[in-house]
Ligand binder design. Structure first.
Ligand SMILES: Cc1ncc(COP(=O)(O)O)c(C=O)c1O
Length: 427
């Protein structure tokens, strides 16, 4: 019997049937047919410490016996209080207020609504528009798609969305001869928009250092510093979508720390619960919080989800933060291992270009004469070949990337790069 399940981001008519996973341990997933595959993409970028991590499992079990869920309006609980307090110790000190929600898209929706309402409360009611980046992706809800009009998947819903002004993202790679021009062009376009209509913008959204779904496109920390400097005088709120880049992915705990920049709002999810359960936060400055802190009940921030601040997710989040703090070298060492893999197996491979690394993430373009981009047939072909060889990869079209859980060993990373070299030599 065929399954009644309608899968996400999948053309159900042409995609092969989904593979049933029976268990996961560390970097390995075990399939129903007994095969083991190496999860090279942390199961859509969430699994930080490896599958079925005993510390997270213990935290979940202990919490489940105490309090599994409670309404979060008018009530609170220790795991949420502790997680919020501990998160703040790791973030830039201007971020002081933690608003919980459930996933990356809701974290973005919350930031969007907070930024918009903040300006309404300030009496700057003309600040109703947002800026974003070409290639930017912020989630699949309607607001997040509007901000993410630089990505590919929103077009079918265009009439439902609001307009966002887009800035080119200065994606770069080592040895990039056009880097300076690209950064200057991006800043010039932004400056022009700010000079001509700066008072109309409520905020600017960016995936700092790495655009994920847009093709693992990486920019320099210096670009974020220039961006922050440019937007400040115009009052436009700087909003970092660190849903993917958070919790060690860029080699530092957060991209804002790596770039020494301090946004007004930051969106976190994916790795927040260690990759165990859906959980998100949007963290705001005191000024934003105070704009809603009034005697008038109508001025509160009216946004919530049923599972907001779920105790189980918060408990695994706390356990995950502790693991990250105890073993920062786990994520810090990966940048070197990626470069080692590249040098040992790929640097003379004629099929690849623009190899780049940011912390735990590496990416490369596979050269193709026809249909480059997300819908490239090459992506599906590569995915199938890697699976046959025992690796879970999900290329973004002809962009191949690795974003493994932090427990991956140097031998395992070496095996992945060896497999890439081998498979590329075959096709
Ligand atoms: C940068 C970024 N923002 C937001 C999202 C949306 O997160 P979610 O899929 O949890 O809604 C994603 C998902 O990949 C993302 O990479």
């Amino acid at each position: 019997m065929t399954s009644p399940i309608w899968q996400p981001f999948t053309q159900m008519k042409t995609a092969p049937p989904p593979l049933k996973v029976v268990s996961g341990k560390g970097i390995l997933l075990e399939l129903e047919d007994g095969r083991q595959i190496m999860d090279c993409i942390s199961s859509w970028w969430v699994t930080l410490h490896g599958h079925s991590h005993p510390v997270l499992a213990e935290a979940l079990y202990t919490q489940a016996q105490t309090l599994e869920q409670v309404i979060f309006a008018g009530f609170t609980h220790e795991p949420a209080e502790q997680l919020a307090a501990q998160l703040l110790t790791h973030l830039p000190p201007n971020l002081t207020r933690v608003f919980f929600s459930d996933n990356g898209s809701t974290a973005v929706e919350v930031a969007l609504k907070m930024a918009y309402q903040y300006w309404q409360r300030q009496g700057e009611t003309q600040r109703t528009r947002f800026l974003g980046f070409e290639g930017g992706y912020h989630g699949d809800t309607v607001g997040a798609m509007s901000i993410g009009q630089g990505s590919l998947w929103w077009q079918s819903f265009a009439p439902l969305l609001f307009h966002t002004d887009l800035i080119p993202f200065p994606a770069t790679f080592p040895g990039d001869p056009a880097l300076a021009t690209r950064e200057a062009e991006a800043l010039a376009k932004l400056e022009h928009l700010l000079q001509t209509q700066g008072e109309c913008y409520a905020g600017i959204f960016i995936e700092p250092l790495v655009q994920g779904a847009g093709g693992m496109r990486m920019c320099r920390p210096q670009f974020l510093q220039a961006l922050a400097q440019l937007t400040r005088p115009y009052g436009v709120l700087l909003i970092y979508d660190e849903v993917m880049t958070g919790f060690g992915r860029t080699g530092e705990l957060f991209a804002c720390l790596k770039s020494t920049t301090a946004p007004d709002l930051i969106c976190l999810s994916k790795g927040l619960s260690g990759g165990c359960l859906p959980l998100a936060v949007t963290v705001a400055t005191e000024a934003i919080y105070q704009a809603f802190y009034q005697d008038d009940a109508t001025q509160a921030f009216y946004h919530s989800h049923s599972y907001t601040g779920n105790p189980l997710a918060c408990a695994t989040g706390l356990a995950s933060l502790a693991l990250l703090a105890e073993t920062p070298n786990r994520y810090r060492r990966l940048e070197k291992l990626h470069w080692q893999g590249y040098q040992d197996w790929l640097q003379n491979c004629p099929a690849i270009e623009h190899f780049r690394v940011c912390g735990t993430i590496s990416a490369m373009e596979i050269k193709t004469h026809k249909d480059p981009g997300y819908y490239s047939q090459l992506g599906s072909l590569l995915k199938a070949r890697f699976l046959e060889a025992g690796f879970l990869m999900r290329p973004l079209g002809n962009t191949l990337y690795l974003m493994p859980p932090y427990c991956i060993t140097s031998t395992q990373i070496d095996a992945v790069y060896k497999a890439i070299a081998h498979i590329l030599s075959e096709i």
